[in-house]
Design a protein around this ligand. Structure first.
Ligand SMILES: Nc1ncnc2c1ncn2[C@@H]1O[C@H](COP(=O)(O)OP(=O)(O)OP(=O)(O)O)[C@@H](O)[C@H]1O
Ligand SMILES: [Mg+2]
Length: 500
């Protein structure tokens, strides 16, 4: 039936249903308890044109104890006055589950002597139970110093329906809170089980990674970690070292792309005084420094062939020679290397020694791209949210529902690093207590860029992006690396290569 064709009574009912469904929609999307109670109180005040009010929740399953959770236009003193002296009203409501509406409170024989009604000149009072299946979880209290016609029995059905809706939303929010706590607890537990505290992930893909990791911890086998940029290669390398039997010995990391060949050689193996201009003293190389520990060779694909040959000897013989020195020095290091290139391709093109590849690759560890383990995205997102919210003392407590969806469907070309930066930015940008989809500022993955890319080489496109980011951040490398979602070391390397 169309609204025009209704009788007055039907029209009134129709309006009430509309209003209720609007209210339901509004409060059902609020997952945090405090903002939810605020909203419920505002809606209640509006409905009765009341000036003041509060929402109270029972504090135990049984008994009469309750707590005032949120209030409007009432001081602490007034609240305690009302809850004490009008306690009969509240107690009645909580025990009977029936609403009390007083249009002329001062005339009601049951309450007219109540001090609060007298002292505070309250004329109208409404106290509506929040019930779920005959169980009272609290009440909404509203009052006014004027005689408000809406505080009458006529409005009771609407108020009751509203309060029922509110009670369900409150239960849901509590459930959500409990789930979040449980989630947090479980996360802690899972981390404790595999011992790799900082590496977040429960997907099958990550379970496999943890499984391999835990099996190779106490061996000295070389590990080759492959994975796209930002998948956690360095994180995993460190975890292997710090959980293994070499943990009390040094962990040395070298970004292989950062230095030109000759310097890199002296960095790695050290040099003898006078072996080249600038070699004014004897110098110990990184391999010696890492003796007994772990050496992490990052971006191993960038190593030139000459150094590859020397590295192979270290791996085969367990010994090094400083540049310009004939003396052989024994070293005991475990090698973990990482790359986001496909080394087998480089072997094919002759850029990487096949024998070295097999030496490094005793145990391969492939880190999955984030888009291939999107079930871990909510876990990671909450992990980073906790981290950044705590760091910036922000009050943000969670994500809106469609925010999590957006996070899960995004492609994450920059993998976990991109997700981490996205959350860090969102924590700064967010205005509410929950991070909204807009706060994420996820780039649209469109076809526009694709057609643009068609006219340029990847190299040139990358160079332009780097230049743009550096310009935008006035040459600040950390900031530019953040924008680009790359490591600082990678950026350093590119700046040198392209002489930016
Ligand atoms: N599983 C994970 N759990 C928690 N944090 C992670 C995880 N994986 C990566 N990160 C975080 O993401 C960021 C990037 O990780 P990392 O530097 O290890 O990546 P990478 O694979 O070495 O990247 P690149 O190839 O660009 O050097 C770091 O801040 C790291 O702490
Ligand atoms: Mg890295």
């Amino acid at each position: 039936m169309k609204p025009e064709a209704m009788s007055r009574e039907e029209k009134k009912q129709f309006d009430a249903v509309e209003a209720l469904s609007e209210i339901a929609q509004k409060i059902n999307t609020i997952q945090e308890i405090k903002p939810l109670l605020d909203e419920i109180l505002v809606l209640g005040l509006d409905e009765l044109a009341a000036e003041r009010g509060f929402v109270l929740l029972k504090s135990g399953e049984t008994g009469e104890a309750f707590e005032v959770e949120t209030s409007r236009n009432l001081s602490e003193n007034q609240i305690s006055d009302i809850t004490q002296i009008s306690s009969s009203v509240i107690r009645n409501v909580l025990s009977s589950g029936e609403a009390i509406l007083l249009f002329e409170a001062e005339k009601d024989p049951r309450y007219r002597t109540a001090e609060s009604i007298v002292i505070q000149k309250i004329k109208s009072i409404a106290c509506i139970p929040l019930s779920i299946k005959n169980r009272q979880i609290g009440a909404i209290y509203l009052d006014s110093v004027s005689k408000r016609s809406r505080f009458t029995q006529e409005n009771l059905p609407f108020l009751t329906a509203f309060a029922n809706q509110a009670a369900i939303a409150i239960e849901n929010a509590r459930l959500y809170q409990a789930l979040r706590n449980e989630n947090r607890r479980l996360r802690g537990e899972v981390q404790r089980i595999h011992g790799f505290d900082e590496i977040i992930g429960r997907s099958r893909e990550m379970e496999e990674v943890f499984d391999v990791m835990s099996r190779l911890l106490d061996t000295d086998a070389s590990v080759l970690i492959e994975g796209e940029s930002g998948t956690g290669k360095e994180l995993v390398a460190r975890a292997i070292h710090y959980n293994g039997h070499r943990k009390d010995k040094p962990f040395m990391a070298l970004f292989c792309g950062a230095l030109p060949g000759s310097l890199l050689e002296s960095e790695l193996f050290g040099h003898k005084k006078g072996s080249f201009t600038g070699a004014v003293t004897d110098k110990r190389g990184l391999f010696e420094a890492a003796d007994g520990g772990t050496f992490f060779l990052d971006e191993i694909g960038d190593l030139n062939l000459d150094i590859q040959t020397k590295l192979l000897r270290v791996l085969q013989e367990g010994e090094i020679r400083r540049v310009g020195d004939n003396k052989v020095i024994k070293v005991d290091v475990r090698i973990i290397s990482a790359t986001n290139k496909t080394l087998t391709d480089l072997v094919q093109t002759g850029e990487f020694r096949e024998d070295l590849y097999y030496r490094l690759n005793t145990i391969p560890l492939l880190l999955p791209a984030l888009r291939n383990r999107s079930s871990d995205v909510p876990l990671l997102a909450h992990h980073f949210l906790d981290k950044f919210a705590a760091r910036s003392r922000s009050e943000i407590t969670g994500f809106e529902r469609d925010t999590v969806e957006a996070l899960m469907t995004h492609d994450w070309p920059g993998n976990v690093r991109e997700l981490e930066n996205t959350i860090e930015r969102a924590v700064v940008m967010a205005r509410g207590k929950l991070i909204s989809r807009q706060d994420l500022r996820l780039p649209a993955t469109g076809t526009q860029e694709d057609s643009f890319a068609g006219s340029l080489t990847l190299q040139e496109l990358t160079r332009r992006a780097v230049k743009q980011a550096l310009d935008a951040e006035e040459g600040n490398i950390s900031a530019a690396a953040k924008i680009l979602d790359v490591s600082r070391r990678w950026l350093h390397y590119k700046i040198k290569e392209w002489e930016l």
